[in-house]
Design a protein around this ligand. Structure first.
Ligand code: AMP
Length: 280
């Protein structure tokens, strides 16, 4: 695996591959890699000739400085894993390589409704940070395909919108959520949970399954309320449980008003914030 700390070096290495017709697949991450990330790598390897993975803990998408500080960074472990998985290139930049000028930090587009609900409402500025870093990464790496997880369903919608706005030629490939044995969605933040809370956090998965089982049975708002109550079990504290139209993320009053719905939730477990979702 070739490790590049500078985007300019990476571009120089990718250019001849691109010219010779190789398909470049890209997996953006913040590191602390787990099976969820590995599933994206494997999908990228299936569908592309060369795989680039980035590890960059993007400061502009953190709305709480404590969250940024305690974000796990086991870089040596990650590199060993990536070598084992035979990833071709690791882009491992310092903050200055991604944001060369102060103006690089700001996203100049309007994410509209996507930035105002659920994660957008609870994490002000988060999606602008995501949109901007993804814009810069796609601009510099120019992959044919980018692989991202449905675990971050709203993020996928934001990146899709950003790519349309900025005219990126890359195809976005959504990949399914990988879960731990107890149903908890894999996440780098799971490492921060004490073992007994990590075990109990299957409550989130079971609540999503409950929502799936009760769709069309209960009115939408009542079902959301019932799920909030189920999640309100110490040490867990739900921030939201929303059932929205999958394609627009808009709330509907009645099940007949949309073809498909998705349940999305964010739950705090002490200082750790967990998100998950399930198509209904
Ligand atoms: P992160 O390192 O958390 O920013 O995640 C990097 C990529 O991995 C994003 O596209 C995530 O949606 C994806 N991802 C994170 N957790 C999972 C999971 N449990 N299953 C599938 N993809 C995931």
């Amino acid at each position: 695996m070739i490790i590049c700390k500078r985007a300019t070096d990476l571009s120089l290495l990718l250019e001849p591959l691109r010219k010779s017709g190789k398909k470049i697949g890209f997996v953006p991450t913040m590191g602390a890699l787990h099976e969820g990330h590995l599933s994206l790598i494997r999908e990228a390897q299936e569908e592309s000739d060369t795989v680039v993975l980035s590890i960059f803990v993007n400061p502009t998408q953190f709305n709480e400085s404590a969250d940024l500080e305690k974000y796990p960074r086991p870089i040596e472990e990650d590199i060993r894993l990536l070598c084992r998985e035979k990833v071709d290139f690791l882009y491992l930049p310092a903050v200055q390589d991604v944001y060369q000028y102060d103006s690089d930090r700001n996203f100049d587009g309007d994410l509209g409704y996507l930035d105002k609900v659920m994660e957008g409402a609870f994490r002000p500025g988060h999606f602008k940070g995501v949109a901007q870093v993804m814009h810069l990464l796609l601009d510099r790496i120019r992959p044919h395909l980018v692989f991202m997880g449905q675990k971050d369903f709203q993020q996928l919608a934001v990146v899709r919108r950003m790519m349309q706005m900025k005219g990126h030629q890359t195809t976005l490939v959504p990949c399914p959520t990988i879960r731990e044995m107890n149903g908890l969605a894999m996440s780098s933040r799971n490492r921060l949970l004490p073992p007994e809370i990590r075990e109990k956090a299957s409550l989130i998965y079971h609540t999503l399954l409950y929502a799936k089982a009760m769709q069309h049975v209960m009115p939408i708002r009542e079902l959301e309320q019932a799920c909030m109550e189920r999640l309100n079990e110490p040490p867990f504290h739900p921030e939201y449980f929303n059932i929205v139209e999958s394609s627009t993320l808009r709330e509907k009053e009645d099940w007949a008003e949309a073809e498909s719905f998705i349940a999305c939730t964010a739950v705090r477990a002490g200082a750790v914030r967990l998100i998950d979702n399930m198509p209904l």
